[in-house]
Design a binder for this molecule. Structure first.
Ligand SMILES: CC(=O)[C@@H](O)[C@H](O)COP(=O)(O)O
Length: 255
């Protein structure tokens, strides 16, 4: 089970809803992924225009926990304002804190992220910060009391997969809260690899929404996450420098 704050999930795949061009396909992909958590940018919802259509309305929201995110925020103040709006709208008490400090790489600003987390934790939110794969930052955020850490595998939408497995491994090895590898995932292999490294979950969006067949890719990602987790739990053989024969030589008849 994946436990984030007071919420518990069976699925370890979190899905972003930001880039689907067809809402029917989105819904089928969400279903196929087996996800229980959907993340979305609060600014994409017309919270003050309740009669306007929104991209969540076609989903059976009783089946999913919503994870609003603060995408679009460039400062802590903006992220805090968006988080408060999400909570006041009854969306969820969880918030993915995403404060982007750079338009080219869309990498999170660590200083603004920490500032936003401090305030939101004090206000009782369940806080999930999106961060770079920075070991010390992950540790400091944990000390603050965040409920999960979301290090990026590579820049959002880049599809570069896991750029620095060692950095993720270090974060995972010291983690006292769930580690959700978020962003940059391209293939089921990447999702499986994140889980093999010991991640508690994977969050992705572009890989599914941008696939030629999003529904099929959603299924593949579900299986990738499950396979990686299963393999990790099964206990993998150590990597060795030199060959070890598959058939033991002991007891063999020699001529
Ligand atoms: C929707 C969401 O939260 C994204 O910002 C997330 O970081 C996923 O990134 P990819 O689109 O690279 O999977």
């Amino acid at each position: 089970m994946l436990t984030i704050g007071t919420h518990t999930f069976t699925s370890r795949l979190l899905l972003g809803t930001g880039k689907f061009t067809d809402l029917q396909i989105q819904n089928q992909a969400v279903e196929a992924s087996g996800t229980e958590v959907l993340t979305f940018a609060v600014r994409r919802l017309n919270l003050d225009q309740v009669n306007e259509p929104n991209f969540l309305e076609m989903l059976d929201l009783k089946k999913y926990k919503l994870l609003p995110n603060t995408a679009g925020a460039k400062t802590a103040e903006e992220a805090i304002r968006i988080a408060r709006l999400a909570k006041a709208s009854g969306l969820c008490d969880m918030i993915k804190v995403e404060v982007i400090g750079d338009d080219t790489l869309l990498l999170p600003d660590p200083l603004e992220t920490v500032k936003a987390c401090e305030v939101l934790l004090a206000e009782g939110f369940i806080v999930l910060p999106y961060i770079s794969d920075d070991y010390m930052l992950a540790k400091r955020l944990q000390q603050l009391g965040v409920h999960a850490i979301m290090p990026g595998a590579s820049p959002i939408g880049s599809g570069k997969g896991i750029l620095n497995p060692s950095a993720l491994q270090w974060i995972i090895d010291q983690a006292t809260v769930p580690v959700i590898v978020d962003a940059g995932i391209r293939s089921p292999k990447d999702a499986a690899y994140a889980m093999e490294l010991g991640a508690d979950a994977v969050l992705l969006n572009s890989a599914v929404s941008g696939a030629t067949n999003p529904v099929q890719m959603a299924t593949a990602m579900k299986l990738g996450v499950e396979a990686g987790r299963l393999g990790r739990e099964a206990g993998m053989i150590p990597v060795r420098e030199y060959a070890v024969a598959s058939s033991p030589a002991e007891g063999m008849i020699t001529t």
